[in-house]
Every structure is written in C-alpha cells, then in structure tokens.
Design a protein around this ligand. Structure first.
Ligand SMILES: *Cc1c(COP(=O)(O)O)cnc(C)c1O
Length: 392
C-alpha cells in the first residue's frame, strides 16, 4: 500500500463524507428549486449544510455561498472587491508574493486591466508583517487578500492582526483559507475576516465543491448569471451531494480538532527533527508558525522531481511543492518568494500529513529518504562543490 503524504494537494475522503454523499445521491435527488416535497428535501439538505459550514467558521448562514471549490471562491472574492472598488475609483489591491495561483493569476489579469497590485514580502520565514501591510494601504486600496496558510510550506499568517489593520483602515480583507479550514480553529468575527475561501477536498471532503464566506454588508456582485441560486449571485442547480459531503467532512474535521492537530503536529515534528540531521538541508518557513500537517524541505545538490520519483518507487506519495506547478521546470514562486536561490529551490520536497497518517509511516519515510538523497547526491554534478563549501 502506498503511503500518502500529499494531503496539501488533496485528501482521501472521510467515511462521513462518502456516506452523506451516497445517501444524498440515492435518496435526495430533487432539484432544490422545485417547490414539491422532493425538491424541498434537497433544499433542506443544502440549507442544513450551509448552516453547518457557517457555524464551523463562526459565520451566519446568510454569509456562506457554495462554489465549485477554492479556485472559484478566490476568483469570486477578488473580482467582487475589484468591481466594487472600481466603482468608487479604488483600483489598488494588496496581496503577497506567494499566494496560490488562483489568486495570483487573477491579480495579474486585473493588473493588465488597469488595477495596481502591491505584493507584500513574506520574508525568509514565510510570514507577512502587519506593519508592512499597514504602510502599503492607500486611499485607493480596494482589497487586501492574504492566504491564511501557505499550501507549499505551511506557514500560518497572523490573520487576526492583518484583519485588524484592514478593519481600522476600512479596507475589505479576504483570506484564502483553503489549507487552514478543518485544520486550525477559524472564527471570521474574532479574526476580522471579511471574505474567506474554503475547499472541501482539502479536509477529507469531495472535490469540486467549496464555499465563499462574505460578511453581511460587504458588497458581493453577481458572479454567474442564471437562476436565483445562492441568493441570486451564482446561478446553476446546486451540487447537492457534494455540498452535503462537504458539510459532513467539515463537521468531522472540526470534531476533536485540537487532539487531532496534536497528533499530526507530533508526526510533522518528528520528520522535521529527523531531516535536520541531513547535511545541507533546510526547513522552509517558520519552525512553529505552521499548519500541523505541512513540512517543506530543500536538499541541496538534488532535484526535487528526482527525489519524488524515487520516493514514489519506494511506496511514498509526496510532492515537490504545489501540484499546480509540478510539470514545469521553473522553481516554485513560493520558494523564490522566501529569497531562496534557484538552485536550492529546485531541491524541494513537501510532505503533507493528515490524521490518516500513522507514526509507522513517518518512521518509514525517515528510513527511506536520507539514502535517496545520498544516492542522488553521488551522481549530482554539483554536489562535490556544495559539500566543499559551496552555497548554503
Ligand atoms: C487547493 C488550493 C486552492 C484551490 O482549491 P480547489 O478547490 O482545488 O480549486 C486554492 N488555494 C489554496 C491555498 C489551495 O491549497
């Protein structure tokens, strides 16, 4: 059996989510917009799920809109704030250099369309500084969007502080919380969040479904024209089973969250401690201010892709960074944003855990990985030079 350590890319579904979906598919097939009993049963499934998702992030159910996932929620939030801002002559948006491409590519397109985008430094520890956000905000700032936790290195931003800065300056604050929801406690009110993106398949729910939280009073223009679904803002018949599966998965993820996080953190720290002993290696991002499950390393003198292939062969599924960038030869924009040189960023490995991993699996990786690094370094044309005092 393959050991799965790529939970930042996607997670296996929980039994609770599968059962909720199966039940819905078999027994609750109505169109939620139909007024007959069959339709109203589906409507109840949708609204019950909305209530659950809202409650689990500290929101009201009127503030939760279902989407096709994290990418759509990010696009919607950014476009909504851009459209609203532009009407008031505000065409400046602040984000960070290491956002997910769902946000970054949308921002790049807005830039080509006449918006001005400022990207905050994330420094070598992978963290945004609230005072730097404060100084970047201008009279014409329409939106600040900062990801809650980074999907490649796992660092968790000081979200409540960043939100407080935005609140005090009257700027809308959006966070891509796709990696954080279901892993760490979230309260949109206590954390001063105006908009938040989440995605079910990152917390043991189904793929192709997510949600956008938008605080009451924050303008949210229509995103998809059509029917009256999602309060008239996103037309199209709802994916009832997926929505029910997402709510079930989130309920489960938030149950006993603290204990599960402790277990996962202990496994993560065991990996971090073990690989600190590999010479010319580094942990990417702040040691403690990170998600329970994500650890990203750079090993000098090796190619991340080669490490991945050999790990795969040894029965371990991992990633060199983001699933969305693999397949390209460019090093990850996240690692470059930390200030790592290209040649080091190429040797990256991300191990992302979930509560489904076991300490035995961790020990297996600790046994298998160092010899793989050693073998690859033996055949590396640059390793001799690095070992004898080259870059580190
Ligand atoms: C996975 C991910 C997304 C994209 O979510 P999808 O549901 O796959 O579209 C966006 N942001 C972050 C931080 C992610 O990890």
């Amino acid at each position: 059996m393959q050991i799965y350590m790529d939970n930042a890319a996607t997670t296996p579904m929980s039994d609770a989510a599968v059962n909720a979906m199966l039940d819905c598919m078999k027994n609750n097939y109505g169109n939620p917009s139909s007024i007959h009993k069959t339709g109203q049963a589906a409507r109840r499934a949708i609204e019950g799920s909305r209530e659950a998702v809202a409650r689990l992030i500290g929101a009201d159910k009127k503030e939760v809109y279902f989407t096709s996932g994290g990418t759509e929620a990010d696009n919607w939030a950014i476009l909504a704030a851009a459209e609203t801002g532009a009407k008031k002559g505000k065409k400046h948006i602040i984000s960070t250099r290491f956002e997910h491409h769902a946000a970054l590519h949308r921002l790049e397109r807005l830039e080509r369309q006449g918006f001005e985008i400022s990207l905050l430094e994330v420094h070598s520890d992978g963290l945004v500084r609230p005072d730097e956000l404060e100084s970047a905000i201008r009279e014409d700032t329409a939106l600040v969007t900062v990801m809650y936790a980074n999907n490649e290195i796992g660092t968790v931003q000081p979200i409540a502080e960043l939100g407080a800065v935005c609140r005090s300056r009257g700027v809308v604050f959006h966070t891509d919380a796709v990696q954080a929801v279901g892993q760490v406690p979230i309260d949109v009110n206590a954390q001063n969040i105006d908009m938040l993106s989440l995605s079910a398949h990152k917390f043991h729910g189904p793929k192709g479904v997510g949600a956008l939280y938008c605080r009451a009073g924050v303008p949210l223009p229509v995103f998809i024209e059509g029917g009256a679904q999602e309060r008239g803002r996103r037309g199209g018949t709802e994916n009832v089973p997926a929505i029910a599966g997402m709510a079930a998965a989130l309920e489960e993820a938030c149950r006993n969250m603290e204990n599960k996080a402790k277990t996962v953190t202990a496994m993560r720290d065991r990996l971090i401690d073990a690989f600190a002993a590999v010479p010319h290696s580094r942990l990417n991002g702040h040691r403690e201010k990170r998600l329970p499950g994500i650890a990203s390393f750079c090993f000098e003198g090796v190619e991340g892709e080669a490490v991945l292939l050999m790990l795969d062969h040894a029965g371990i599924s991992a990633s060199s960074g983001s699933a969305c960038t693999s397949g390209s030869l460019e090093p990850s924009h996240v690692l470059l944003a930390l200030g790592l040189p290209h040649e080091i960023a190429h040797g990256s490995l991300r191990l992302s855990l979930s509560g489904y991993n076991t300490p035995e699996e961790i020990e297996k990786v600790i046994e298998v990985l160092p010899p793989i690094i050693g073998r690859l370094r033996e055949i590396s044309p640059v390793w001799e030079k690095i070992k004898n005092g080259g870059p580190n």
